[in-house]
Write a protein that binds this ligand. Structure first.
Ligand code: ADP
Ligand code: ZN
Ligand code: MG
Length: 487
């Protein structure tokens, strides 16, 4: 399904995202069970997360610290007092029979995220609220011998801490939603509250989508699309949903408020349940937990311990290291890469050269070996030493590439490799002059041409000197000396 550009132009899409982020604590939100991924099913459980009668929840302090950090990154106000609430519904993977969430007094509210649009323009997207809640378990519908008859339940995930971040309906296209989720993910990663690994379900997103005639004063009826477990699916599902609603309205129909499921195989969204029939959750304040109070002293202590966030880092890379905006954008794409870059720049004493190496040779070598930057055989400090050798004139950029390749397969320092392989750049005037004289003597025709005004032939002569020196002569010096000799 795809409507004409003219029809798309006639309507405006309105989108709000609800994003669940799994907080990277060691233990669960209301008990001491580990949160680790991949344990044997139903082994990371206890009476509290299993909802046994009489078992009482105790709030994990780390969760609160992370919530304050996340809220700060999202420019939210942290409530001095927030209240946990029971959200009641029945489902096999929810042993308590209710989720402990927050309702009318969430831990954080009134924030925003600044996004960069594909056009390069900036736009501010409101964050309505962020609230804490516990995760449910997992229903496993396939993979067992008798999966055609039974659904299995794994409760290891039950009680894992989540923060749900709800945006204002400020987004106007799939691209904007994509940019928003990208920014949100980076903020959560930089403030160190989540890995945001989508494949492991650490970042889950629902999209609320409606359309209205362009210029109309009111929003249209929205549909909520679930099961968007990749950035690509988020975009595809929103685009599909916009077209579906436009076609529906153009055909004289009406959008109904409902929950829809995205099917990545067909690329379509299908109705899951109508909103009218949606559960009445009967929220009420959780009687087993006290109100959560976060005093100003504790708040500023938590905020004081926050790492630098990527928007600040990006600006600093540009001013401190003279990087181009594009390079700064690339280098902050992961916290690991930005840290690697900074260490290499610090040791090497040259930010721009470090940026080129991290985005060029290093990225290429990592890709070829399918390695993450954290697994790089060449550490940031060792790359920094190589950069230092280039800066001092000991090696040329070209030789540095050869040395880098050898560093990849050994633990030796670049200096050791340089000396062992005899790759040190020749910057000694008399040594270069000797080679230069030999080259000039062997190429009288080119020398004549040069003297006759055809100075382009200098490139050839410099090339001959570089070749004769096995690439070790300092090319800048060769050029200078050649010019001096022939003029
Ligand atoms: P509900 O009561 O159905 O949960 P909310 O008002 O709480 O709806 O909003 C849930 C999400 O839907 C928020 O992210 C919000 O920005 C978004 N949203 C609300 N109204 C619309 C609309 N008309 N079109 C698109 N998104 C909307
Ligand atoms: Zn437990
Ligand atoms: Mg709501």
């Amino acid at each position: 399904m795809s409507v004409s550009p003219a029809l798309r132009e006639k309507y405006e899409a309105v989108i709000g995202l609800e994003v669940h982020v799994q907080l990277a604590t060691r233990t669960k939100i209301f008990c001491a069970c580990p949160t680790g991924f991949g344990a044997q099913p139903n082994t990371n459980v206890c009476p509290v997360c299993l909802g046994m009668p009489g078992a009482l929840p105790v709030l994990n302090k780390r969760v609160v610290e992370m919530a304050v950090q996340a809220a700060t990154a999202l420019n939210c106000t942290v409530r001095e007092e927030s209240i946990f609430a029971r959200k009641n519904y029945f489902y096999p993977d929810l042993p308590k029979g209710y989720q402990i969430s927050q309702y009318d007094k969430p831990v954080a509210e009134h924030g925003f995220i600044d996004i960069v649009l594909p056009s390069g323009d900036h736009k501010r997207i409101g964050v309505t609220r962020a609230h804490l809640e516990d995760d449910a378990g997992k229903s496993i519908h396939d993979g067992f011998r008798d999966s055609d008859k039974y659904t299995y339940v794994d409760l290891n995930r039950t009680g894992t801490p989540l923060i749900e971040i709800v945006s204002e309906p400020d987004l106007r296209s799939a691209d904007e939603a994509y940019a928003y989720l990208t920014e949100l993910k980076l903020l959560m990663q930089y403030c160190d509250v989540s890995t945001c690994d989508m494949e492991k379900g650490h970042l889950r997103c629902d999209a609320n989508v409606s359309v209205r005639l362009r210029g109309a004063p009111q929003f249209g009826t929205k549909a909520e699309v679930k099961n968007l477990n990749s950035f690509r699916f988020l975009k595809q599902a929103i685009d599909y949903e916009i077209d579906r609603q436009i076609e529906l309205i153009e055909g004289g129909g009406r959008v109904i408020q409902e929950t829809r499921l995205y099917n990545p195989d067909s690329g379509e969204t299908v109705s899951m349940r109508s909103k009218e029939a949606a559960h009445d959750y009967r929220y009420f304040p959780e009687p087993d937990l006290l109100p959560l109070r976060i005093g100003t002293a504790w708040m500023s202590e938590i905020r004081g311990g926050m790492p630098e966030l990527h928007p600040v880092k990006r600006a600093r890379f540009i001013t401190d290291y003279g990087l181009r905006e594009y390079d700064a954008d690339v280098l902050i794409q992961t916290r690991e890469m930005s840290a690697y870059f900074e260490e290499a720049a610090r040791v090497g004493g040259d930010g721009r050269t470090a940026a080129n190496w991290v985005m060029g040779d290093l990225a290429g070598a990592l890709k070829a070996d399918s390695k993450e930057i954290t697994e790089s055989p060449v550490s940031a400090a060792r790359l920094g030493e190589l950069i230092k050798l280039i800066g001092s004139g000991a090696i040329s950029g070209k030789l540095a590439k050869d040395i880098f390749a050898k560093m990849w397969t050994s633990e030796d320092s670049p200096e050791a490799i340089m000396d062992r392989e005899g790759l040190r750049q020749i910057s000694d005037t008399s040594a270069i002059e000797k080679i230069l004289d030999e080259v000039l003597a062997a190429n009288p025709k080119q020398v004549e041409q040069y003297k006759g005004g055809k100075t382009a032939v200098a490139g050839f002569l410099v090339g001959q000197v570089m070749k004769a020196s096995r690439g070790q002569a300092n090319p800048g010096m060769v050029q200078e000396m050649l010019k001096a000799k022939l003029s």
